[in-house]
Design a protein around this ligand. Sequence first.
Ligand SMILES: NC(=O)c1ccc[n+]([C@@H]2O[C@H](COP(=O)([O-])OP(=O)(O)OC[C@H]3O[C@@H](n4cnc5c(N)ncnc54)[C@H](OP(=O)(O)O)[C@@H]3O)[C@@H](O)[C@H]2O)c1
Length: 338
Amino acid sequence: MEKIKVAVMGATGAVGQVFMWMLADHPWFDLAYPIASDARIGKTYASQVHWVIPVEMPEAIKEKTLKKLDADQMKAEGVQIVFSGLPADIANEVEPMLRSKGFYVFSNAASMRYDHDVPILIPEANHEQLSLIEEQGYPNGGFVVTNANCSTTGLAMALAPLKKFGIKTIHVSTYQAVSGAGYPGLSTLDIFGTCIPYIGKEEEKIDKEIKKILSINPEVYPFTIRVPVIVGHLETVWLDLEKDVEPEDVIQAWKDFKECSDLPSTPAQPVVYCEDPTMPQQKLAFWGKPQGMVTYTGRCKKKDGKIGFVLMVNNIVKGAAGGSIQNAEAFVSKYLNK
Ligand SMILES: NC(=O)c1ccc[n+]([C@@H]2O[C@H](COP(=O)([O-])OP(=O)(O)OC[C@H]3O[C@@H](n4cnc5c(N)ncnc54)[C@H](OP(=O)(O)O)[C@@H]3O)[C@@H](O)[C@H]2O)c1
């Protein structure tokens, strides 16, 4: 089948770079329209991007010309799907405009996540919520699908297979990489050799988003900490569950979790349990396609009836651009009969 033409907004940013890397050779999508801010338009991608992700820049994207955000031009060039790696304040204006012009928008920004008819989609966890696009007017018009904030994505992946045990309370502490703040993001002087025990609005996002994604209503007690690593959010979790389960039951639930395995960006094993008690760590090489989409768990234990474990997610692959691409694959698979 002919590939679907896609655009990437914010193509030079931290998330945008992962979009460009993953779309360079995507089996279903043709990276036809990379978009940048005004000063970069008409220039080649390689000349404008400050490439910060630890993989080589694909040859196929180096000479691509950066284009203007122009809905008419995008229509004329046959673009159907628009991926967004824009800051939330700009996304807030641009994404509804693109939806009104009939584009299918897959966004990383927080601006529309809490709209009742906009799904926060993670295909393995809640693919049924994709049908909310019909409330937005699809197939007679466009839509916006968002993905969760990056720390919530890892948590949702680890918890989705445990929903069957009844999740009553979630205590979660995160150790979040600096790439989560974009590029250039934090100053070295702020983060080098220290940890910052506050990330603005992050705890509120976890509380709100985990409930919407998993359609559950637990008590949520988050702490979010910025740590001086480049990529990979580590999280520690303690759960109160309705059922009295053992760590082996939890590990088996992760092993049995195989939702949406038909999508190109879904790993065969989306949640991988690490037996080595020193893992998972950020230094794990989790940049492959689809290894960057895996959520790693480890150190599962039980104390006083509570289940505890650690998890790790690649915040800019599964937690951002890769998650959006997988959401678009889920849409194509369900509605365009790929
Ligand atoms: N980093 C993560 O782990 C992560 C995870 C989940 C969600 N998110 C969300 O994803 C979005 C992007 O994050 P990021 O970390 O990639 O940010 P970033 O590194 O700061 O990149 C922002 C991008 O937006 C472009 N841009 C800024 N202003 C623009 C304008 N007025 N018109 C057109 N383009 C403009 C920038 O282009 P120029 O270079 O040309 O200025 C750049 O390409 C944010 O909403 C963020 O909250 C990030």
